[in-house]
Design a protein around this ligand. Structure first.
Ligand code: ADP
Length: 283
């Protein structure tokens, strides 16, 4: 697919935290364009700057130098804050921290109440958002009674109700069981492919990153790799050197090739099975 228009652009961005008298540089001269409608996965080991970067995407963090623009608006300019936060929604790791009301539909409506959206419009948006994440049947439930995956989908509905152009998800599946993880990732994929919403997914699950259009790998606040999942995961040595894994299917082929074979690198189980079948025919 061709993605033409930029929704988020970072130009030579530097960001640092101030801790006790000294400043610690976390993002270093970083440039990136995120295209409207794309699904970008971001990988990096703990402390590499992923969360800091995520918060630069919607103005929660302001760059020390360089510029971040969202839909052409500079995040450094405070008068753009509300418009930027409407366009770029954020989902965090812990679903419990994102619950703000005692009934699911009130929880989803919360952000809209702050924007004084008319009640009839609000009802329509809440219904549409809950249907999009397949949680409409739970609208009268207490969010506290839901599973982790369901809570995350309600949180996504809360962001969707604001009609964002982009959703940034910072390790949204880290605390979920396999079923919850799958449901959240399928929801996110559906929003991207069928509703055209730009998705930026920070994850440490390599299999999730294989589903993206593009994978960005960072280390010490700098880009290390940036390309399609196939391109990025073919660089097994580079990834291992910075403490990252590769998808299991990629690893199997990599280990066999270490013994002197030349099987084609793959990111999918099907691709791996195909290569192994060919390999076994030949030996
Ligand atoms: P990641 O999401 O990749 O784990 P972070 O962006 O959370 O990385 O952190 C990058 C670096 O910035 C780490 O060294 C971390 O300790 C530091 N850091 C993060 N948040 C703060 C903060 N609020 N104050 C000071 N240092 C911070």
């Amino acid at each position: 697919m061709n993605f033409l228009e930029n929704i988020i652009s970072l130009n030579n961005v530097t960001f640092e935290y101030l801790s006790e008298d000294e400043s610690v540089s976390v993002i270093n001269d970083f440039s990136l364009d995120v295209k409207k409608g794309e699904f970008l996965a971001i990988l990096g080991h703990n402390g590499s700057g992923k969360s800091t970067l995520a918060k630069l995407f919607n103005g929660l963090n302001k760059p020390k130098s360089g510029t971040v623009t969202v839909d052409g608006m500079d995040t450094a300019d405070e008068k753009n804050d509300i418009e930027i936060k409407k366009r770029v929604g954020m989902i965090f790791q812990n679903p419990d921290n994102q619950i703000v009301a005692t009934v699911v539909e009130e929880d989803v409506a919360f952000g809209l109440e702050n924007l004084s959206v008319e009640p009839s419009v609000m009802r329509k948006r809440v219904e549409s958002a809950l249907k999009s994440v397949d949680m409409w049947d739970y609208r009268g439930y207490s969010p506290y009674k839901l599973s982790g995956g369901q809570k995350q989908r309600v949180a996504i509905a809360g962001v969707l109700a604001m009609e964002p152009v982009c959703i940034v998800l910072d390790e949204p599946t880290a605390m979920l069981d396999p079923k919850g993880r799958k449901d959240v990732i399928n929801t996110v994929l559906d929003l991207c492919k069928n509703k055209g919403i730009t998705i930026i997914l920070i994850t440490h699950f390599m299999e999730e990153a294989t589903l993206a259009d593009r994978v960005l790998v960072i280390d010490k606040g700098k880009e290390v790799l940036n390309g399609t999942p196939e391109e990025v995961f073919s660089k097994v040595e580079t990834l291992k050197k910075i403490g990252l894994d590769v998808p299991q299917a990629t690893d199997v082929i990599y280990e066999i090739n270490k013994c002197g074979y030349n099987l084609k690198s793959t990111i999918t189980v099907d691709g791996c099975v195909e290569e192994l079948a060919k390999f076994l025919e030949d030996v």
